[in-house]
Design a protein around this ligand. Structure first.
Ligand SMILES: Cc1ncc(COP(=O)(O)OP(=O)(O)O)c(N)n1
Ligand code: TZP
Ligand code: MG
Length: 203
């Protein structure tokens, strides 16, 4: 499995199909405050839609639900199940991502054997409440240099307020890719926004 350069984060399947048609191949379902039944139904239809377009499906926060609906992976933050427990539950082939805000977080996730790290936020975003301290490009630079110095090669995905204009600087520092919600979801033409992100990745 190749970790994608573009992770799209969504709380709905509405409007997702045109984005998959535009070439999106990795989607994370990130939903807060829904009951178990609603969450199951949403996750189940999300996985079916991703499968139709051969896109990887990742469920945020809920490892057991991810397994139950046949998703490809789960994303876990500091408040969620530990990556080690999730690995024991889900097995070696299940994709497990973890959240980092510092080099120490990245190191811990690398040692825990995650498949990718979501590192951020780059800047303020309204998409997430209780945001960790903003890193800015300078913060990413320091953390990426520490990763290189410590031979940490886990793919690192930048997240939080990412715009297409940020990609060049982030890739220069060694970031593997980006996780994006608002810049696609709130775009006048979300499918065109997906294509703009993918076009930079193809350069
Ligand atoms: C790719 C990626 N990186 C980071 C996060 C944030 O996860 P978490 O810290 O658990 O916060 P919530 O998304 O659950 O609010 C993510 N979802 N994806
Ligand atoms: C889940 C998450 N964690 C940090 S920012 C974020 C949401 C994505 O941010 P944006 O909507 O600004 O792309
Ligand atoms: Mg979480």
């Amino acid at each position: 499995m190749n970790i994608s350069n573009l992770h799209y984060i969504t709380d709905t399947t509405q409007g997702l199909e045109p984005l998959l048609k535009a070439g999106l191949n990795w989607v994370q379902l990130r939903v807060k405050n829904r009951n178990e039944k609603e969450m199951y139904n949403l996750a189940d239809s999300f996985v079916a839609l991703c499968e139709k377009y051969k896109a990887y499906s990742i469920i945020n926060d809920y490892p057991k639900l991810a397994r139950r609906v046949g998703a490809d992976g789960v994303h876990l933050g500091k408040e969620d199940m530990s990556p080690a427990e999730a690995r024991a539950l889900l097995g070696k082939d299940f994709i497990i991502g973890g959240t980092a805000n510092t080099f120490e977080d990245v190191e811990g996730l690398y040692e825990a054997g995650v498949d990718y790290v979501g590192l951020g936020p780059l800047r303020f975003t309204e998409t997430k409440k209780n945001l960790s301290p903003v890193l800015g490009l300078e913060g990413y630079n320091e953390i990426m240099q520490s990763c290189q110095a410590n031979s940490i090669r886990t793919p690192i995905i930048a997240i939080g307020g990412i715009a297409v204009e940020d990609l060049a600087a982030l890739y220069d520092m060694g970031l593997h890719g980006v996780a994006v919600s608002a810049a696609i979801r709130k775009a006048q033409n979300p499918a065109a926004a997906v294509k703009a992100f993918l076009a930079v990745n193809a350069l």
